[in-house]
Ligand binder design. Sequence first.
Ligand SMILES: [Fe+2]
Length: 309
Amino acid sequence: MNVKISHTAQAQDFLEEASGLKNDAGNPRAKALIYRILRDTVNIIEDLQVTPEEFWKAVNYLNVLGARQEAGLLAAGLGLEHYLDLLLDAADEEAGKTGGTPRTIEGPLYVAGAPLSNFEARLDDGTDPAVPLFMKGRVTNVDGEPLAGAIVDVWQANTAGTYSYFDPSQSEFNLRRRIVTDAEGNYRFRSIVPSGYGCPPDGPTQQLLDELGRHGQRPAHIHFFISAPDHRHLTTQINLDGDKYLHDDFAYATRDELIAHISFSEDQDKAKAYGVEGRFAEIDFDFTLQASPEPSEQQRRERVRALED
Ligand SMILES: [Fe+2]
């Protein structure tokens, strides 16, 4: 037997009351959103015959998710963060805002205020016995003209697949830097080849993915915010070619235009010029920004981020 009451006037009246729609205080936007969420929730409960046990299990899940600070991870894992990108892409397409390096998800691990330097930087603190990575490229507009003074804000994981700040064993701002491009739009940095990583295996995100028969792994990648005066802010990542999860990313961040070729070399003359010994890796990757006169488009979207005002 599938009992339903959500269609009754009494139930609808109750949901309006619970959403604050019957009072003049509060925030109309919050009321509209909560009313819709409540209506959709009761429809789910009735249509899928959610039992009280399942309901309270879900409530407890939200508590665990929050306690473990994994809500952002779950948003990525369920593809919702990627879905927002697809929606923004469609809006851009409709508005004729095309061209440039594609956007992809930010993820939950950005930390604001990384050290700023001109033209070049070293990202790693030298403690990770990893393969040195030398990455460079240009920031240009869609006509290929260089953008001087653009900021390449880069962050990446270490070889354990963890990020400084969230992994307190790493030094402050390790593998996080902001680099200002030179007159030709060039940036370059020395870093380490990052590892891919997965959701914490004992966490609620992985627990839910297990229920869905999905893994929680990401390919090796490097995150970027690219910004320049009079241009649209870009949130993106490069995903390293050759990684077994390149096209099987649990967060759906890989896009064809964002696959970066990484070349490993043992050329010791070159290594010496770089100031390293043994094997090293190189990536060349250019970023292209769309022009925009809109100040709101020139900044990253508002979101709660670590160390951001
Ligand atoms: Fe990441």
